[in-house]
Design a protein around this ligand. Structure first.
Ligand code: CP
Length: 312
């Protein structure tokens, strides 16, 4: 059986192109499984997974939990807000106590960039990064690329725009790594203040004009302005941001072609994207959410197969 080149999923940066195709082919199988009448397989009934969320989440948390349950793994959930972290317990102590309960795999969302990588070096378990601050969100990028592949047949050669708050977005960085490894062209668009300096060194182009960006692309991934990660104002007002970088139906209809619209969620309706666009036939936002379960089943299955058959 083909295997991933990594023992943990810490970021797309550490995966190679073969890993990405293997995850997609495995997810194809699991997507068929979750659309059956009986959506569950007994594959991972010997595996125990802990989901550790130190930051809020709806999609990622529920999607990982559902993926684990569809694979018949035992699941425990940890929310930092109700835990002994509040009494001063360290991350490593917290995780080692959870592992002492015979847990095999940790799915972790954490506000600090590098937290998943730090954990992988300090505890004896398989670690899946469910988003680490402004750094990476690998499972989101995998489900985004999988959804683009599903829509167009392949990712290679496609022109993908990522529009909005690139500076604070782990989704943007993981998407850039995934799309470039898969052979797509990537253009970033947003206010200069929300575009990281030297981002072109990752092989992407940058454009400030949203209409030119939309005219260029096959698909646009619209990102939320992450106010919770901002310590100062990056643009004069939300109204001005929406006027310059928001996507509404008049702009979408003014293009001379039909493009596909993605959004990782949560959506700020009326800010980066209007309800008309979010709910239009061109948007694949809920397909992304559906694909998230299949992608996360594939990630867990492939990493678990490395724990169960360690290489010699
Ligand atoms: N896309 C995403 O990560 O959403 P949640 O924060 O709800 O998990």
């Amino acid at each position: 059986m083909s295997q991933l080149s990594v023992k943990h999923l810490l970021g797309i940066k550490y995966l190679n192109e073969d890993d990405l195709h293997l995850i997609f082919e495995t997810a194809d199988h699991f997507k068929e499984v979750i659309n059956r009448k009986i959506k569950k397989v007994p594959t991972l009934r010997d595996l125990t997974i802990a989901n550790l969320f130190f930051e809020n989440s709806t999609r990622t948390k529920l999607s990982f939990e559902l993926a684990e349950k569809r694979l018949s793994a035992d699941v425990i959930n940890f929310s930092a807000a109700q835990s002994s972290v509040k009494k001063g317990e360290t991350l490593i102590d917290t995780v080692n106590n959870i592992l002492a309960m015979k847990v095999d795999m940790i799915v972790m969302r954490h506000p600090n960039p590098g937290a998943a990588s730090f954990l992988s070096k300090n505890v004896d378990a398989c670690i899946i990064n469910a988003g680490d601050g402004t750094h990476e969100h690998p499972s989101q990028a995998l489900l985004d690329a999988f959804s683009i592949r599903e829509k167009f047949g392949e990712v290679a050669g496609k022109k993908i725009a990522i529009i909005g708050d690139i500076l604070h977005s782990r989704v943007a960085l993981s998407n850039i790594f995934a799309l470039k490894k898969l052979g797509a062209e990537v253009k970033l668009c947003g206010p200069k203040s929300l575009l990281p300096k030297h981002i072109e060194s990752l092989g992407v182009t940058v454009e400030q004009d949203i209409k030119k960006t939309l005219q260029w692309c096959d698909a646009a991934n619209m990102l939320r302005v992450q106010n919770e990660r901002m310590d100062k104002s990056y643009f004069p007002s939300i109204r001005e941001y929406t006027q310059l970088y928001g996507l509404g139906l008049p702009l979408l209809k003014s293009l001379n072609k039909e493009i596909v619209i993605l959004h990782p969620g949560p959506i700020n309706r009326g800010v980066e994207i209007s309800s008309g666009v979010a709910d239009s036939d061109q948007a694949i936002i809920l397909d992304q959410v559906e694909n998230g379960v299949a992608i996360r089943m594939a990630i867990i299955y492939l990493l678990a197969s490395k724990i169960m058959t360690p290489s010699v």
